[in-house]
Design a protein around this ligand. Sequence first.
Ligand code: FDP
Length: 345
Amino acid sequence: MQPENTLALPVGVTLDRFIKSQQDAFPYATGELSQLLRDIALASKIINREINRAGLNNITGALGRDNVQGEAQQKLDIIANIRFIRALVNGGQVVGILSEEEDEIIQTNNLNAKYVVAMDPLDGSSNIDVNVSIGTIFSIYRRISPIGTPAIQADFMQGGRCQIAAGYILYGSSTIMVYTTGKGVNGFTYENSLGEYFLSHADMKIPKTGKIYSVNEAYFNEFPNYIKEFIETMRQQSDCMARYIGSLVGDFHRNLLKGGIYLYPPTRKSENGKLRLLYECYPLALVLEQAGGKACDGQKSVLDIAPQQIHQRSIVYLGSEDLVGDLAKRIKNYNKLIISQLESV
Ligand code: FDP
């Protein structure tokens, strides 16, 4: 006979309970950040549902207009944008939202709210129509504008180290929400039948080194020499692997679990890189640093880049400490060489 205690095994720790237990560790916490994280989780569940029905609902394909970055907006980009904004407006904890899909910051009219959110509601849009993993990335700041007034751009331009929470949702073979509030990184897998996220990846740590490099090699000939040399060195290692989905959240998540490096170097088309500092690079850099990895733009830590514009782009190298460290060293040596060559002219 099956022992009774194996008949109904515990389902695990839900995201809500986890958030609550973290909040209880801070005696003066008011619960507003916890509510905001729940609102983000709720929006992601709705988007997860939309994505799963995408092929059936006539919501794939381009909308026929470009976003502020000049990129063709997909219908699902817009749906995710609306869903997130609605969840954050109704949740009441956010005074302003910066979205990849909107030129200007969005005022929620929750004038007494303490927080602002910068987000890419649906990243990797070129993958939507072909059933490849896509993601949401978010970054949370405590506002610096006075309570009772609308959000201002400066609320979003505080710099990466001022983020009080950041994370992403990956809609992949399963849906997972990974986030940090500056005390480690935890991942929660979505259980469709219960409609709940459950803690599945506690205290995530990226391996110190790795064998995977993720870069769009179609641009190889355009990369600076130090990037070409770095890639050549990786290729020479036994069991090295090139893995590039072309969907940032998917590439990032795989490397976080397995160890590796994601590179978006300067190219002819994107001299300053392609990825957006405020709602792609900063949040992933915070997750990475909290998980023991490194994020840099070749000169400095991504979190130390001073923001100039809300939709600014950045060169970015994200990954295992040893790999990003090695690349940063090469870039430094290359820059020294250039300076000494210029001085000797
Ligand atoms: P996409 O243009 O499809 O939205 O954030 C932009 C992004 O995707 C990332 O998700 C992805 O890693 C990268 O661009 C892919 O760019 P390339 O096609 O230039 O490699």
